[in-house]
Write a protein that binds this ligand. Structure first.
Ligand SMILES: [Zn+2]
Length: 444
């Protein structure tokens, strides 16, 4: 691979939109037929609506294909062929890789991959890393034990595929990881936004080290949407003196989207490998035009062992209306994944996306990185409590900060909050993925 080459795949990444659409349609027909022919679970689902592979002739026909939800996958697993059940499309002996979903709610979904699928994972991530400026001379530090989860394994293999040098930083504690980054002069890192900020905080407050003086030049974020929230991105970039890029993926889908070095305020959907449809949550219609939010229905066009065909991801996204200056023709989703359909709740009749609160909190000087939102019932009305941490140097400005928070939150979310300003280091810390939004009404 020529290091001066701008795109990982110069043909697919610059294909005119109508050609990408034609490719998607052709690939959809193939993966749908593969799935229909090999997965008992899918065939039963499709037979119920009487849709067959030969019925798919246009995108209009694709809309008729029933969606698959995560809960349906849970229900069919832990049965024969054990442990994957009826959606497995290959003989069990062809499965080379076991992973499972990392969600905090419900039983995890198992994900089998063949060796070919696993190479596909590395290929998906290669698009991401190349677009974010990773080149063979990079030394990439991954500060996690990857365990049975996909994301950082796939990132690891893709970085190797690019020719980067990869340092797996599992087992070590946070301080030892920071020292290793310094010792090896690592130039790139992959982590969740929560951990990127947590590491910087540990370096500064417990080790008297300034991460922005270290050698990290770029950070790829995964697992949470923070890298697409402008104020969180700014905090990470200034803490590390590095460029921070977002990526989105999921165990049962693949690594479907990424930010490029232009940082266009959104992420490219890798449309050569995935078909993304945005569905209006209320009407169920597919949204084609920019600027309207809906939930993502996604198909991985090349994945075989346990296919992902019209998977209801519950990620809330919208198309951007401008093309990206980087020249990639794959469409952008504006602001990345803006939330989960499950997390976007109605409070006092107003739709609230937790990411909007994060944007406001992280944008205010004088506040720490952590915060907590609790929604609860007070008689018949909803109350939202927001706890934030004030930095020691801003303790005498609490009243000002509170007033600013109330104003900004009203502007951005149309809601009123009870603000509680806490001391530094008093809110819960999270190691990998954070749980900062608590809706106590759901338990009732
Ligand atoms: Zn771009």
């Amino acid at each position: 691979m020529d290091v001066k080459q701008k795109y990982w795949n110069p043909i697919l990444e610059t294909l005119p939109h109508e050609k990408i659409r034609q490719l998607q349609l052709n690939k959809f027909k193939q993966i749908f037929k593969w799935t229909y022919d090999h997965s008992k679970f899918h065939r039963q689902l499709y037979d119920q609506t009487r849709i067959k592979p030969e019925d798919i002739r246009s995108f209009k026909d694709i809309k008729q294909v029933p969606k698959v939800e995560k809960s349906m996958m849970r229900d069919i697993q832990r049965k024969d062929p054990f442990p994957y059940g009826d959606a497995l499309c290959v003989p069990l002996e062809d499965v080379a890789v076991f992973r499972q979903t990392s969600g905090t709610t419900g039983q995890p979904v198992y994900q089998p991959d063949t060796w070919q699928d696993w190479e596909w994972w590395a290929e998906c991530w290669s698009y991401i890393l190349w677009a974010q400026g990773y080149r063979p001379q990079d030394r990439v530090f991954i500060p996690f034990g990857y365990n049975i989860f996909v994301a950082f394994w796939a990132g690891h293999y893709a970085a190797e595929k690019l020719g980067c040098e990869v340092v797996p930083g599992g087992v070590l504690d946070t301080k030892a990881r920071i020292l290793k980054i310094r010792e090896l002069q690592a130039t790139a890192m992959m982590a969740t936004p929560t951990y990127v900020l947590g590491m910087a905080d540990t370096a500064k407050s417990k080790m008297d080290l300034d991460p922005s003086k270290m050698t990290i030049e770029k950070i790829t974020c995964a697992g949470e949407c923070g890298a697409s929230i402008p104020s969180t991105k700014r905090r990470m970039e200034s803490a590390w003196g590095a460029k921070v890029y977002d990526h989105a993926g999921a165990t049962e889908i693949g690594a479907w989207s990424f930010e490029c070095t232009e940082q266009p305020g959104g992420m490219h959907v890798n449309e050569a490998l995935f078909l993304v449809e945005i569905e209006d949550v209320e009407t169920g219609e597919i949204i084609e035009e920019p600027g309207r939010r809906g939930k993502m229905i996604i198909t991985a066009l090349d994945r075989q062992a346990q296919p992902c065909v019209r998977f209801d991801s519950k990620d809330v996204i919208e198309w951007a209306d401008e093309p990206c200056p980087c020249g990639r023709t794959a469409r952008l989703i504006k602001g990345g994944v803006v939330g989960r359909a499950d997390d976007i709740t109605k409070v006092k009749g107003v739709l609230l996306a937790p990411s909007a609160i994060e944007e406001v909190v992280r944008d205010l000087d004088g506040l720490g990185d952590e915060y907590e939102v609790v929604v609860e019932k007070d008689g018949d009305t909803d109350r939202i409590k927001l706890r934030v941490e004030v930095m020691p140097e801003a303790e005498d400005q609490c009243q000002l900060i509170e007033a600013e928070l109330v104003d900004q939150l009203r502007l951005k979310t149309n809601l009123r909050y009870d603000i509680e300003i806490c001391g530094c280091e008093t809110l819960p810390r999270y190691e990998v993925k954070a749980k900062r939004f608590k809706d106590l009404r759901r338990k009732e």
